[in-house]
Design a protein around this ligand. Structure first.
Ligand SMILES: *Cc1c(COP(=O)(O)O)cnc(C)c1O
Length: 226
């Protein structure tokens, strides 16, 4: 198995290339190492290689790794989050990428002791299996979060469909970006909505060319299993 440091060096080269294709500064991109498939020691290796942000999609995985790694990294919750589990992870997480319903917002607001930056998850591709709001629900959903002083809408998140066609992937990312621009331009105090969490191992370069600020990379950075 490759070291995380080797994988990271390769990914950083790919990010640089993607950024030069669209005149962006690689500094604008946050790499979130998705460690949901791997051990705590592999996650620790990622931190030692220079990774500052880790992503987990289950409470158990997050807490197990947080126990050892703690504040050496920022913790991103990237998967569907059951409301009853919010209180168990809210102190540990820096950001939540899967805000997709009012009941979850209400629970985060109630349990957090500080404003939590959240990404509203959007189902751009319309696949039944995907989490997230329909694009046309997003504006009123975000408006409705105004009363929750512990929720800050930092951006929008999506998962692209599992396909290879570049144009279809780009179209998905472009739609999320257009929606982000639309919300951002409204200048809601509770929803600056500046960020775009999109792009995974297979499509992060395209996502960056289409405006991603946060890429969530698992397989090609830390591997699938160890
Ligand atoms: C697993 C996961 C990723 C990382 O996927 P890879 O293809 O392994 O890079 C990114 N985002 C979410 C929401 C995930 O669940």
């Amino acid at each position: 198995m490759n070291t995380v440091a080797d994988n990271l060096a390769h990914i950083q080269e790919q990010i640089k290339a993607a950024c030069s294709n669209c005149n962006r500064d690689p500094e604008e991109i946050t790499i979130i190492a998705v460690t949901k498939y791997v051990s705590t020691s592999r996650a620790q290796e990622a931190v030692e290689a220079g990774i500052t942000d880790l992503g987990e999609n289950r409470k158990e995985g997050l807490l197990e790794k947080y126990d050892i790694i703690g504040e050496q990294a920022k913790w991103h919750f990237i998967g569907s989050l059951q409301s009853r589990k919010v209180k168990e992870v809210i102190e540990q997480v820096t950001m939540i990428h899967s805000l997709d319903r009012k009941s979850l917002a209400k629970e985060i607001n109630k349990r957090a002791k500080r404003p939590v930056p959240c990404f509203v998850q959007v189902n751009i591709s319309g696949e039944e299996s995907k989490q997230g709001l329909d694009p046309d629900e997003v504006e009123s959903f975000i408006e409705g979060l105004k009363a929750y002083s512990n929720i800050k809408v930092a951006g929008l998140m999506t998962m692209a469909p599992h396909i290879e066609e570049e144009e279809q992937l780009r179209a998905t990312f472009r739609k999320l970006r257009a929606l982000r621009d639309f919300i951002r331009d409204k200048q809601y105090a509770h929803a600056p909505c500046e960020w775009l969490s999109m792009g995974m191992s297979n499509d992060f370069q395209l996502a960056i060319e289409e405006g991603a600020t946060h890429v969530r990379i698992g397989t090609s950075l830390v591997g699938e299993q160890n």
